[in-house]
Design a binder for this molecule. Structure first.
Ligand SMILES: [Zn+2]
Length: 496
């Protein structure tokens, strides 16, 4: 996710925006990053995909009552050493219900999120013999009396109807578009027990394993559909080894596409005066991160402009870019940030509820090095670091002024942060600065080369703090355990 960092960046952005637009136009929309010879290639995605479960979703969108009927069949594989007697799924639609214990929208953002006043969303599950529970009924439990043995595969059928809220969020509808993010029943990771987490209006409360997807959507005629995965027939999409699957529907989408290597990047937009520039940024970001870290393995990437209150959002092979971002440089920054998530969250997964600083910190750092190496945008690694320092100072001085307590700790669970700004400062600004501090010692080229190894080692899996520290230490030759632990604990004057 990318939250708009307003603070004092507005003025800088306005000055730079004119310079930047001219510079980009003069490059004649050429993709300046040519894909280099393949390296660290995740070879044979299709062959590898046979080892993963498949989620089949047959969806039906009714635009009159804004409901989505879903028939879901999940091929679930028990990857644990013990027999499982139940399987659990998250069903996040219920986080949009009225008076939710863990609401999807922060109280301070309700006005901005709901264009026509608060409006609830929820799901009705019609499958018999299942249990709905957890906070706000966001957890489905399917009992298996006979047990699922290690390595055994079972098919689980679920049928439900989602009543969408009229909200500019991951899941909801507006006059412009229908956002279907985190809409289906998502298998919960089993790792020393079921990793159940409540929804949170801070950050991205997700922890997803990879699945293959086979999705059909029946929508009234006239709708354009942006989806994760490749279109295999009318209203039919497939994707292999994706962290999750999202769709956005709109009657008003215009599209622009171009190829980067074997990937087709498609920009779906509603209102963009310079769509060529936005597509150019997306293609350059995809090529740059592929060249720098590890190849992007999917055939498609959908960059989708839609109503979304938190800047942008990452999904498997699809990203949301907020329609209400008016500042051009900020808009291009969100495109780069969300595409960076295809590496940090997508290819290399992490527990986004417990270690948001990993995916957000790396996405922010990657965005900053993209700008450092693409001078036409007028931002550098150092200027972005300085902006983050300023944002932190301003946040803390405002909190001090109003005598509001705040934390400098970066390792809290999402719901451990009292307000979205406190989460953003600790996860995005401090996350980027943590990696920036390492570049000050060894240079960004060395850090990038090490992150490429980290990506290759953890591709398609999950990485923890220790995995990251281990790879950094092995390659950089510094004692980073103390430095990173001190940094995460809020002692950011710690010197490497
Ligand atoms: Zn993000």
């Amino acid at each position: 996710m990318n939250m708009n960092k307003k603070l004092n960046r507005k003025i800088i952005a306005i000055v730079l925006a004119s310079v930047f637009t001219l510079a980009i136009i003069f490059t004649a929309f050429g993709v300046s990053q040519i894909l280099k010879r393949k390296k660290n290639v995740p070879q044979g995605l299709h062959a590898m995909a046979q080892n993963y479960g498949t989620i089949k979703l047959d969806c039906n969108y009714n635009e009159n009552n804004h409901t989505l009927g879903v028939n879901q069949t999940t091929q679930y594989i028990n990857r644990n050493r013990q027999t499982l007697y139940e399987v659990k799924f998250h069903l996040y639609a219920n986080a949009f219900q009225e008076k939710a214990e863990y609401p999807a929208v922060a109280p301070s953002e309700i006005e901005r999120a709901y264009p026509n006043g608060f409006n609830p969303g929820f799901a009705k599950v019609t499958t018999p013999h299942i249990l709905l529970g957890g906070s706000d009924n966001t957890v489905i439990t399917i009992p298996f009396k006979q047990g699922i043995k290690p390595g055994e595969k079972v098919n689980i059928d679920l049928e439900y109807t989602i009543h969408l809220a009229n909200v500019k969020h991951r899941l909801g509808y507006t006059d412009n578009a229908v956002n279907l993010g985190n809409f289906y029943a998502i298998p919960i990771v089993y790792e020393n027990g079921w990793q159940i987490y409540p929804y949170s209006y801070n950050g991205d409360p997700f922890y997803n394993e990879l699945y293959n997807f086979d999705v059909t959507i029946d929508a009234p005629s006239g709708y354009y559909i942006a989806a994760s995965g490749s279109k295999v027939a009318a209203n039919h999409y497939q994707g292999e080894m994706l962290r999750d699957f999202a769709m956005v529907l709109s009657r008003d989408f215009k599209t622009l596409s171009r190829n980067v290597g074997n990937t087709t990047v498609t920009y779906y937009y509603l209102n963009d005066e310079i769509p060529d520039v936005s597509l150019y940024t997306a293609c350059n970001a995809l090529a740059y991160f592929s060249n720098t870290f590890i190849d992007y393995p999917y055939d498609n990437l959908a960059v989708v402009q839609t109503d979304f209150l938190q800047g942008g959002m990452e999904y498997g092979a699809l990203v949301y870019i907020g329609l209400d971002i008016t500042d051009q440089l900020q808009y291009q920054t969100v495109i780069v940030h969300e595409i960076a998530h295809q590496w940090w969250y997508g290819l290399v997964g992490n527990n986004q509820t417990k270690t948001a600083w990993i995916d957000e910190g790396l996405a922010e750092y990657s965005t900053a090095v993209f700008f450092e190496t693409h001078p036409q945008y007028g931002k550098t690694l150092a200027s972005i670091a300085a902006d983050n320092q300023t944002s932190i100072r301003m946040f803390e001085s405002i909190m001090d002024q109003y005598q509001v307590k705040y934390t400098r700790e970066m390792y809290n669970d999402l719901i451990g942060y009292k307000m979205p700004t406190e989460y953003v400062i600790n996860t995005y600004a401090r996350g980027m600065l943590l990696f920036y501090a390492i570049t000050e010692k060894i240079g960004y080229e060395n850090l990038n080369a090490t992150l490429a190894k980290f990506a290759a080692k953890n591709c398609f899996g999950f990485a923890t703090k220790n995995d990251l520290i281990q790879t950094l230490e092995d390659n950089l030759g510094y004692d980073l355990v103390n430095f990173i632990n001190n940094y995460l604990a809020g002692r950011q004057d710690t010197v490497l």
